[in-house]
Each structure stands twice: as C-alpha cells, then as structure tokens.
Ligand binder design. Structure first.
Ligand SMILES: C[S@@+](CC[C@H](N)C(=O)[O-])C[C@H]1O[C@@H](n2cnc3c(N)ncnc32)[C@H](O)[C@@H]1O
Length: 155
C-alpha cells in the first residue's frame, strides 16, 4: 500500500512503501503509484540485499527491478563483502542473535548484480573509496563493503 506524506510540493513527494523486496512485482506496482516509469528513475539498494533469502533471490530482485526501469535510469547498490574474516565472523555472530540473517557476498557476486549496466566512475569499489572527499589524507583502508552507481543503457 502507498501512503503519501503531506501535501505534494511542486518539487515532488515523499512516499513510503511497507514492502518486502522479495515481492518485487508488488513493490514495483506500488511504486508506480507515485513514480513515472516512463522517465528515468534512480533505485537504491543500500546495504539491504544481504538480507535476501539467497543470492539468487537478491539477483532476481535487482534484475526484476532494473528490467522495469527505462534507459537513463540509475542503480545505486552496496553490500557487505565476505573478504574480511573479522567482518564475516561479526555477521555470523549477529545472525545467531535471532535477527533476520545478513549474508555478506563476494565482490564478484555484487559485481554480477550490475550485469548489463554501465558503471559510473569509479566503478565497483569499497564504499569508503567511492569519490572520497578531497580533504581526506592518504588512502583509507577499504571497508568490507563494496558498491557502485550504474546507468541503465538503451536496450
Ligand atoms: C543495514 S540497514 C540499511 C539502511 C540504509 N539503507 C543504509 O544505507 O544505512 C538494512 C535495511 O534493510 C531492510 N530490509 C531487510 N530485509 C528487507 C526486505 N526483505 N525487504 C525490504 N527491506 C528489507 C531493513 O528494514 C533495514 O532498514
């Protein structure tokens, strides 16, 4: 169900969907109540797909969503990666708490979520290395999470 907050201002509206992204078609149908899918749209999956029931579910969610977007739309996505043992152990500890389990993925798996899209510079990188502020001193140690912004090309 879609609920619009407040009176729509000229610059747009804020709308919240109470949805499970595994119900991707329903999520998109609800979003179409407030978004014009004939115009470019930006979709963000920011640190959320590790909660998907499986990697293949995560891939299906992303590919179903991007397939519904017109050319010129953008996908922003990051998630935790499995290349840092301490972080993997921390996730395992968290998962034993009874919370919805979070599964870090390999960088290759996260890269594959962008298949068919055009990366915006600097491409897929550790999230703290995505356009770091010019004032940053030295190179930050890469975090165990990577992401990118990518454009949906003309099909
Ligand atoms: C770590 S928080 C990320 C928050 C924020 N995007 C950020 O970048 O800081 C994970 C979010 O994933 C959401 N989430 C987990 N499982 C979900 C699902 N099946 N469908 C939709 N959202 C889900 C949770 O509600 C939570 O808000």
């Amino acid at each position: 169900m879609t609920k619009t907050i407040g009176t729509p201002p000229p610059e747009g509206v804020v709308s919240i969907l109470d949805a499970d992204y595994h119900d991707t078609e329903q999520m998109l149908a609800d979003a179409a109540n407030v978004l014009d899918f004939s115009q470019p749209v930006a979709v963000l999956f920011m640190g959320v797909l590790g909660y998907a029931r499986s990697y293949s579910d995560a891939a299906k969610i992303v590919h179903t969503t991007t397939a519904a977007l017109p050319a010129g739309s953008y996908l922003g996505l990051w998630d935790g990666t499995d290349d840092h043992p301490d972080y993997v152990r921390m996730c395992e500890h968290y998962n034993r708490s009874g919370a919805v389990p979070y599964t870090p993925r390999s960088r290759q798996q996260i890269r594959a979520l962008f298949d068919g899209l055009e990366f915006v510079d600097p491409g897929l990188v550790a999230i703290n290395q995505w356009r770091p502020p010019a004032t940053e001193i030295g190179q930050a140690t890469p975090l165990p999470a990577c992401g990118a912004l990518a454009r949906i090309p003309t099909r």
